[in-house]
Design a protein around this ligand. Structure first.
Ligand code: CAA
Length: 263
């Protein structure tokens, strides 16, 4: 792959969008490689992913404006679908994904971070949906996910005005969970990922599914989704080991046994 690197660090996979000359902008090739990188993740040996951008200036500065500049209506729609398909794969990926936003997260960059489960950022991060200034709408899910994350009023203000916001404001409106110095960002992301990886993996996956799928339906249907996924856990070794260790008051055993069990 030319623009995506993948590193495995224990149970944690780190995907880096690596096109620093264009501030990691997303062209078709980057999107295709990201899609292939997700397909290649070994779900048996990986429990959490981190997504970040190469360099210390930019996470992702958006979809590639050069590539988009000559698109026809049909090509524009197809390009939107290409991004949306990959971002949806990320959003529904069986494992939790943490976006470690290390700089500009504009347009498609903000949108890809919103397809991740959790966003944390460095203090030089800048978020925004500047598309209307380019004569287009946010096209990789921004009109949908931003409103769901920060509320329709704030999303509309950001999108209609094309105004970028800094890390502290992103934190204030709930777009990111925490802000770190540039040096602390990746260690913090890895620490969080390791904390997730130390839990029962099937239970964590079922939580992601329950939250994501439950948010798409009304509460009566949502709790049925939860009940099914809750029930599924009782077929796992993790549930037997985790609860058994608690009842035996064996915290050491819990640490040793639970993380290595799979369905
Ligand atoms: N597409 C293509 N190339 C990009 C890019 C993008 N989105 N963002 C930056 N680059 C390129 C620049 O063209 C430049 O390349 P050259 O060195 O070959 O000229 C290189 O990256 C460095 O960029 P700058 O010189 O502009 O760096 P800067 O520090 O002066 O400014 C910036 C940084 C404020 C992020 C500025 O690059 C910028 O505004 N980029 C565009 C941001 C944007 O509008 N993103 C939204 C795109 S539309 C979209 O994403 C649609 C969608 O929803 C699907």
């Amino acid at each position: 792959m030319e623009f995506i690197t993948y590193e495995q660090d224990g149970f944690v996979g780190v995907i880096t969008i690596n096109r620093p000359k264009a501030l990691n902008a997303l062209n078709s090739q980057v999107l295709e490689e990201l899609d292939a990188a997700l397909d290649a993740v070994d779900l048996n040996t990986t429990r959490a992913l981190i997504l970040t951008g190469a360099g210390d200036k930019s996470f992702v500065a958006g979809a590639d404006i050069g590539e988009m500049s000559t698109l026809t209506k049909a090509e524009g729609e197809a390009f939107g679908k290409k991004g949306n398909d990959v971002f949806r794969k990320l959003e529904t990926f069986p494992l939790p994904v943490i976006a470690a936003v290390n700089g500009f997260a504009l347009g498609g960059g903000c949108e890809i971070s919103m397809s991740c489960d959790i966003r944390i950022c460095s203090d030089n991060a800048v978020f925004g949906q500047p598309e209307v200034g380019l004569g287009i709408t946010p096209g990789f899910g921004g009109t949908q996910r931003l409103a769901r994350l920060v509320g329709a009023g704030m999303a509309k203000q950001m999108i209609y005005t094309a105004r970028n916001i800094k890390a502290d404001e992103a934190y204030r409106i709930g777009l990111v969970n925490a802000v770190y110095s540039q040096e602390e960002l990746m260690p913090a992301a890895k620490k969080m990922a390791a904390g997730i990886a130390a839990q029962a993996p099937i239970a964590v996956r079922n939580c992601k599914k329950a939250i994501n799928e439950g948010l798409q339906v009304d509460m009566d249907k949502a709790i049925v989704i939860e009940e099914k996924l809750f029930g599924d856990c009782f077929e796992t070794e993790d549930q037997k080991a985790g609860m058994g260790n608690f009842l035996e008051k064996d915290k050491e055993k819990k640490l040793k046994v639970v993380p290595f069990q799979n369905k």
